[in-house]
Design a protein around this ligand. Sequence first.
Ligand code: NAG
Ligand code: NAG
Ligand code: NAG
Ligand code: NAG
Ligand code: NAG
Ligand code: NAG
Ligand code: NAG
Length: 342
Amino acid sequence: MQKIPEFIPNKDALIIKPQKKNPLVSAMIVLSLLMVCGLYICSICLKQKGFIINPYSMKIRQVQEQCPNPNIPQSEVPYVHYPEPTTYKRNECRCTPVRFFAILSMQRSGSGWFETLLNSHINVSSNGEIFSNKTRRSNMPNITETMDKVYNLDWWSSAAKNECTSAVGFKWMLNQGLLVNHDEIVSYFNRRGVSAILLFRRNLLRRWVSILANNHDRDAKQLNGTHKAHVHSKNDADVLARYKPKINESLLLPTLNQADKWIVDALKYFKSTRHIVLYYEDLVHNSTKLMDVLEFLRLPQRELKTRHVKIHTRPLSEQVENWDAVSNALNGTKFKSFLQSD
Ligand SMILES: *[C@@H]1O[C@H](CO)[C@@H](O)[C@H](O)[C@H]1NC(C)=O
Ligand SMILES: *[C@@H]1O[C@H](CO)[C@@H](O)[C@H](O)[C@H]1NC(C)=O
Ligand SMILES: *[C@@H]1O[C@H](CO)[C@@H](O)[C@H](O)[C@H]1NC(C)=O
Ligand SMILES: *[C@@H]1O[C@H](CO)[C@@H](O)[C@H](O)[C@H]1NC(C)=O
Ligand SMILES: *[C@@H]1O[C@H](CO)[C@@H](O)[C@H](O)[C@H]1NC(C)=O
Ligand SMILES: *[C@@H]1O[C@H](CO)[C@@H](O)[C@H](O)[C@H]1NC(C)=O
Ligand SMILES: *[C@@H]1O[C@H](CO)[C@@H](O)[C@H](O)[C@H]1NC(C)=O
């Protein structure tokens, strides 16, 4: 930040009188007036956000001139990108427009299942939970650097389809530096035209049961001595579902309240981004919702597939060890509907 020079012209000096006596003094006065004016104009410009020349928008404009696409409506232009990876060339797909997205979710809310569905689309690269790595999310510059790499199509994962990808993104859990750095992340999303896919689970009690069962399996390794967070067969699902967690009643309400608050906060913070809100239960019961996501990412509609098999399919009352205590604890609270619903 530049400092305002200490010499500030006083009232008299502002009235420029012909000062024949000392031309050096009057030259100085004019010069300092110009400086003050310049600083003032600069400070006004800086306050008006749009004025700062954004290197991304310059680059986008350049590439867009090389890849004219009159079919893209003006309102969509901020969300259409032509990345130029540093590690390879996009070749014939150089002018295939790319949309940026991020799946914002919470553990055990169906995001793993959802991401495999998306990745079964030939034009989607969703690169997994890249911020489960603590170094990458340890500070905002690291987060930015990591996202830049993903959106520049320079990120390598088993999901990366690179050259001809037309939607690229990753999965991000709310507790992986996302809520903590929400201000900067929202402004990154808005600056770079990233679309947010918020995916939550309505029934937070079912989510909690899934978390406890998954934690248990981490130690118990019920499938032939290996821990599985997701399974691909009905048989494996049945093995994992046999375990019935005992829920600590005194922790139940605080836990549900906490999860509920995170969702409310995320919805509030990301309201200003281009976004879609999805609930796991709706996606499971209504296949049209998945097509809504493809439409949101402006992808051609096609059938999406996954090998994931749902683990807990029975009524909750059969999947919790101390069901009576749990239903007592939730009876009369705002979470009581979780006891009955899917
Ligand atoms: C989807 O990917 C295929 C294969 O790479 C490519 O031919 C096609 O142009 C892509 N479609 C879109 C809309 O990007
Ligand atoms: C975490 O991320 C850093 C930076 O991308 C990388 O060097 C490191 O290998 C990663 N750690 C693990 C365990 O993947
Ligand atoms: C992230 O930050 C740490 C220090 O906080 C640093 O050691 C690391 O190299 C940074 N970069 C990445 C890509 O993780
Ligand atoms: C575990 O072992 C049984 C028989 O030994 C086999 O049928 C089953 O597929 C194995 N499951 C996994 C997840 O490896
Ligand atoms: C339930 O949680 C409370 C608070 O953390 C703890 O004091 C108590 O020991 C726990 N009860 C059981 C049975 O684990
Ligand atoms: C399924 O989803 C579509 C698209 O969001 C919606 O219009 C429709 O009403 C839903 N159907 C049911 C039965 O909820
Ligand atoms: C919930 O509480 C009400 C009154 O407090 C009681 O009549 C009802 O039986 C309770 N329901 C369950 C499922 O425990």
